[in-house]
Design a protein around this ligand. Structure first.
Ligand code: NAX
Length: 326
């Protein structure tokens, strides 16, 4: 077996972590012949709980689990790591919107951004903790790690959108491709059905009910997180962990020919998204493992309006956190 890949997971005693850690430790993410060392970061009151999670990880006797470090110090958690999965923060409760969280969670990402300077030179960072786009922006701006290593998770939104289109068109989810969710991981996000495909055909040719696409489809995807909170009393966890695994995999595996994925990465100004914003865009991973924004897609005036709305939200969030940006 090769050297362990070192993965930091923050919020390691939380419910998303409880779903994701066992799948990472089992070798599902990085392969059965790649040992994994987990650095689990929590806040002091949760150290006891995370010790329990570590005991359970040990009790799985995963051949790929090379070791576990438990800490409440970001500098320790991020020392020499290859991947940072920044999940820890306070989740939305019933009736809360992401904007309510921005002031509570933003400061966490200042310290974590600085601590990321201790990571390995190839580090990649995925932010899940909400509001994930702006938290990622804060971490990126407080770190010397290159901007192109930072991303925030739009993959749960992509998966939700694909599942909905598959059900509506009576196809397997594998038939749905080219699905980008634009903008912010919030209820203003724009799941782009105009450029998505079903068995290689434009969605709008297969699902001809445009009012359904423009209203039911878009709002169901936008409100899915809130609907799950209403139903479960807790925010999405297993599906979020699953999406996080998909996201990380998509960042190290080249994207299938002609397809793209949804990820929020540092904008280069394409499509009018301000350069430097962490914005959900159509993204491809090249053969060398770096990412590119898929440019040249057409948005109808209606879709552009949707994107403009969510861009304004991202700009407003950036304004709220401007004092936290270096
Ligand atoms: P939990 O409350 O179950 O767990 C969060 C954990 O983070 C807690 O154990 C807490 O002690 C820890 N934590 C808080 N501050 C920390 C810090 N400074 N350093 C390290 N750990 C810290 O929440 P969970 O359901 O696991 O959700 C985690 C985050 O994911 C939330 O912000 C949530 O809103 C966000 N989500 C993001 C999604 C996305 O698609 N981007 C979808 C799912 C989820 O809503």
């Amino acid at each position: 077996m090769s050297n362990p890949i070192r993965v930091a997971v923050t919020g390691a005693a939380g419910q998303i972590a409880y779903s994701i850690l066992f799948r990472i430790a089992s070798g599902q993410l990085f392969g059965k012949d790649r040992p994994v060392h987990l650095n689990l970061l929590e806040i002091p009151p949760a150290m006891n709980a995370v010790a329990g999670v570590a005991m359970e990880l040990e009790d799985c006797a995963f051949p790929t689990l090379a070791g576990i470090t438990l800490t409440d110090q970001a500098e320790v958690a991020f020392d020499g790591i290859n991947w940072a999965l920044l999940i820890g923060s306070r989740p939305r409760g019933p009736g809360m919107e992401r904007a309510d969280l921005i002031k509570i969670n933003g400061p966490i990402f200042v310290g974590q951004g600085k601590a990321l300077n201790r990571s390995a030179s190839d580090v990649r960072i995925m932010v899940v903790g909400n509001p994930c786009n702006s938290n990622c922006l804060i971490a990126m701006n407080n770190s010397d790690v290159p901007n192109d290593r930072f991303s925030a998770m739009m993959r749960l939104d992509q998966n939700r959108a694909k599942a909905l289109l598959a059900t509506k068109s009576n196809n397997p989810v594998t038939a749905i491709s080219n699905l980008a969710v634009w903008g912010n991981h919030s209820n203003k996000q724009y799941p782009d059905f105009e450029n998505a495909r079903i068995n290689g055909r434009p969605v709008t040719e297969v699902i001809t009910d445009l009012p359904w696409l423009q209203t039911t489809f878009v709002t169901t995807v936008q409100e899915r997180g809130a609907d799950i909170i209403k139903a479960r009393g807790l925010s999405s966890a297993a599906s979020a962990a699953n999406a996080a695994l998909d996201h990380v995999t998509s960042l190290f595996q080249p994207t299938a020919d002609k397809d793209w994925i949804s990820a929020a990465i540092c904008s280069n100004g394409a499509y009018g998204a301000d350069a430097g914003l962490i914005c959900g865009l159509p993204v491809r991973t090249r053969a060398d493992g770096t990412q590119e924004i898929v440019e040249g897609l057409t948005l109808s005036p209606w879709a552009q309006g949707q994107f403009n709305t969510v861009l304004d939200e991202l700009r407003a969030e950036r304004e709220v956190v401007k004092d936290l940006l270096k």
